[in-house]
Design a protein around this ligand. Structure first.
Ligand SMILES: Cc1ncc(COP(=O)(O)O)c(C=O)c1O
Length: 408
């Protein structure tokens, strides 16, 4: 046996595909290493720093010796702050043991799927979707079932959701506002989905609300569980509400996510966490305690910058022949359709047959990195993250426009 084949890998890994963005990321780093000035519009994180008062809380925690193991599912102080956050921001009531704090929203989702899926269980995912949902379902030995949506609101028709549900369906995963589309769903739109689920008691809802704080144009965010309450308190009670500090407070590296939901599920999630990673970082928990309990005025100013950038990018892309870009109501992504460019030819004589080809062309010809729609299960589109400086966005849109003009 060669080193490449030993030890043998788990069968469950066979279904998990390599990230389709990997090829683009690899090419981008090769080009960068070769001295090219690559502009990256592919980051999934705010470009703003973690606010000073949050960093100060972390320094204070280290000095106070908060450097040891904590309770597996979060310190009592942070869990109480999460409980209060859900009450204050979302109108949701959870008992203390129905709350968990984990190492990022990602671990919350992973714990939830590992705790609840058995082989053959199905999970309905709305496409376009955040890349990790489907692979996490596969790792947990479940079967992802996709419901496709289209621009501008990327909202599933309730009939399409109904048609995707079978007796094996265990979860519906939703993400509002959405990564990658930035789509924002209203309370009524969510209530209409809850109405469908009310007819299917075997289906619970995993509502990923990590972009909650980034909404524009007066859009008022309502948690899915709150929207569901109007039509079915049972659906509300079958919802796991997932959130975290990464996006709202520019804390991606601190790795704190949290959730509130059905008590027996949350306890099972804590059990998995206790045998895998134990508590999330004690220092990060102290920092997030400050984030959740101190004023968050900085968010309004940051959202003004995000909205300005969104408006610039949407207008710039819509001026380009072959692109159609809706104006998303939340998050920090735009997701233009590039259907008008499929079939075009590059100056080198290559035909653009997919959004992956187009992303590769953008990287080579414009030195701009975007993520192709294929990564999110919906083509032909691409995702631009506008969580970067105005200057980079101006330059990048100029370069994209020039590169697209060269297609014939
Ligand atoms: C939709 C969505 N959910 C969850 C996450 C996970 O974030 P974290 O693990 O940093 O909390 C991300 C991060 O990109 C995301 O975009």
């Amino acid at each position: 046996m060669t080193q490449e084949t030993f030890p043998q890998l788990a069968t469950r890994l066979a279904k998990v595909k390599e990230s389709p963005t990997l090829a683009i990321t690899k090419l981008a780093s090769e080009l960068r290493a070769a001295g090219k000035d690559i502009l990256s519009l592919s980051a999934g994180e705010p470009d703003f720093p973690t606010p000073e008062h949050i960093c100060e809380a972390a320094f204070a925690a280290v000095r106070a010796g908060e450097t040891r193991y904590t309770a597996v599912d979060g310190t009592p102080a942070l869990k109480a702050a999460v409980q209060e956050k859900f009450r204050r921001d979302n109108g949701l009531e959870f008992s203390n043991d129905a709350i968990i704090v984990s190492t990022g929203g990602k671990q919350v989702l992973y714990n939830a799927l590992m705790a609840s899926l058995s082989p053959g269980d199905e999970v309905v995912i709305i496409a376009p979707y955040w890349v990790s949902y489907s692979d996490m379902v596969l790792l947990a030995e479940g079967e992802p079932v996709f419901v496709e949506t289209t621009a501008p609101d990327f909202y599933p028709r309730p009939e399409a959701l109904e048609a995707a549900i079978t007796p094996q369906t265990r979860w519906l995963i939703i993400n509002n506002p959405s990564n990658p589309s930035g789509a924002f769903w209203s309370e009524d739109q969510q209530a209409a989905l809850a109405q469908v689920l009310a007819r299917h008691p075997q289906v619970s809802v995993l509502s990923d609300e990590i972009y909650e704080k980034m909404t524009y144009d007066g859009n008022r965010f309502v948690s899915f569980a709150k929207a569901a309450e109007k039509v079915s308190p049972e659906v509300r009670d079958r919802t796991l509400t997932v959130n975290g500090a990464s996006k709202a407070y520019s804390m991606t590296g601190w790795r704190i996510g949290f959730a509130g939901g059905p008590r027996h599920l949350v306890r099972a999630m804590a059990k998995i966490q206790s045998q895998s990673t134990s508590n999330p970082s004690s220092v990060s928990q102290a920092a997030v305690l400050a984030a959740l309990t101190l004023p968050e005025d900085f968010l309004a100013e940051r959202n003004i910058a995000f909205k300005r950038r969104r408006d610039f990018v949407v207008a710039a892309l819509n001026q380009i022949d072959g692109l159609e870009c809706p104006t998303p109501g939340g998050a920090f992504y735009v997701y233009p359709s590039c259907a008008g460019l499929i079939g075009k030819t590059t100056p080198e004589g290559k035909t653009i047959t997919s959004d992956a080809d187009l992303a590769k062309y953008f990287l080579e010809a414009a030195e701009v990195a975007v993520v192709p729609g294929v990564a999110f299960g919906t083509s032909p589109y691409f995702r631009i993250s506008y969580a970067t400086s105005d200057e980079i966005l101006h330059q990048a849109c100029q370069r994209l426009s020039e590169a697209i003009n060269k297609l014939t």
